[in-house]
Design a protein around this ligand. Structure first.
Ligand SMILES: [Zn+2]
Length: 354
């Protein structure tokens, strides 16, 4: 009897400890905020530290959307703002955002290298805001000093990592088909896009990449002739799905299980990118921030798309939508993760690594 009782107490103690562990093993939360063809992605690590990648377009619209997502995430200040580069769809919203929420640390690739498209204005406005916080210049090979998850820089200022991530670096046979693009021909293909800060984000066995608007030829350098990154769980589709990024030899070598595309209704989401994604070995699902009006039947099934409307890209003068939805990812250290569409509550669980 006594022995039975002590066994019972023992098992009760084990159960108690297990449930405590389950509660304390918090996920890495990622919020893909709809800024309609720009980027704004909020990360909240298991230790509660926050990092926002990019600020969307200038004006109140995107800053308000980011603050609403931060509120939902329980974030009252941004510990880090990482600007991938200084184009208006990424850095345009800095001033408006900083007027709404405190920002402590600023991460970027260094000086602006482009004179077109109002980029110097974005950069100068950013410098004024950055002066109020701590500045970190991202260098390939660095880890950002954020706690709770690893943010490893693999590209910045047109440089990419020279050495593979630990345990990676296998030859990539897909490189044999590589055709470089003439990135000097078009100002949109030059300077800032290819300067993008790219990061590999990991929590235990879970791994995702966000390369901003990094371009085709730089993507090549990350995976050719050897795949310096290895395989990943989630791919933030570079450059909103424009087809001057998402080199097939990179996407297919990374073998993401899930891709999330931050496209607008009328921006990004190019048909060749859809084809690259859909033919990617092991890809289970593509989630989109917007229905892509020009891609028609290539769009993901409706339940995987956060916003179905016509949208409004500021550049094209299309009216703004009043209610927008986001895609949320909750990732765990065992490699499992859940993706949720806030429009319809549809979610899908992806399994842990064996
Ligand atoms: Zn962009």
């Amino acid at each position: 009897m006594r022995r039975a009782l002590s066994l019972l107490i023992f098992f009760a103690a084990v159960l108690c400890r297990l449930s405590v562990r389950a509660q304390t093993a918090k996920p890495l939360n990622v919020y893909f905020i709809d800024v309609e063809g720009g980027q704004a992605t909020l990360f909240v690590t298991p230790t509660g530290e926050s990092l926002l990648v990019d600020t969307g377009w200038p004006g109140a619209r995107d800053a308000d959307r980011i603050v609403a997502a931060a509120k939902q995430a329980g974030v009252t200040k941004l510990d880090y703002l990482l600007l991938t580069h200084y184009h208006g769809d990424h850095a345009g919203g800095v001033k408006d955002l900083a007027a709404r929420i405190p920002i402590q640390n600023f991460v970027d690739h260094g000086e602006n290298v482009e004179q077109a498209l109002g980029t110097p204005d974005n950069y100068n406005a950013y410098l004024k805001v950055r002066a109020n916080g701590k500045h970190i210049v991202a260098k390939p090979g660095d880890d950002l000093p954020i706690g709770g998850a690893k943010f490893h820089v693999v590209s910045a200022a047109q440089e990419t990592i020279a050495k593979p991530l630990p345990g990676e670096g296998a030859p990539n046979p897909l490189c044999a088909q590589f055709q470089p693009k003439d990135e000097a021909k078009d100002p949109l293909l030059g300077g800032e896009n290819k300067s993008s800060v790219g990061v590999v984000i990991s929590l235990g066995k879970f791994r995702m990449v966000d390369f901003g608007d990094l371009t085709w030829n730089k993507e090549h350098d990350l995976v050719c002739p050897n795949n310096l990154i290895g395989t990943i769980d989630l791919y933030v589709v570079s450059h909103h799905g424009q087809d001057i990024s998402s080199l097939p030899a990179m996407v297919h070598a990374l073998r993401p299980r899930v891709a999330v595309m931050d496209n607008g209704a009328n921006k990004g989401a190019a048909v060749p990118t859809f084809i690259t994604l859909k033919s990617s070995p092991g890809l289970l699902d593509l989630w989109q921030l917007h229905y892509a009006t020009d891609a028609k039947e290539h769009n993901a099934p409706e339940q995987f798309i956060a916003n179905m409307g016509q949208g409004g890209t500021i550049m094209m003068g299309v009216p703004n939508e009043t209610t927008v939805y986001l895609i949320r990812v909750e990732a765990r250290a065992d490699g499992s993760f859940r993706v949720t569409n806030s429009r319809n509550g549809y979610y899908k669980d992806y399994s842990s690594h064996q």
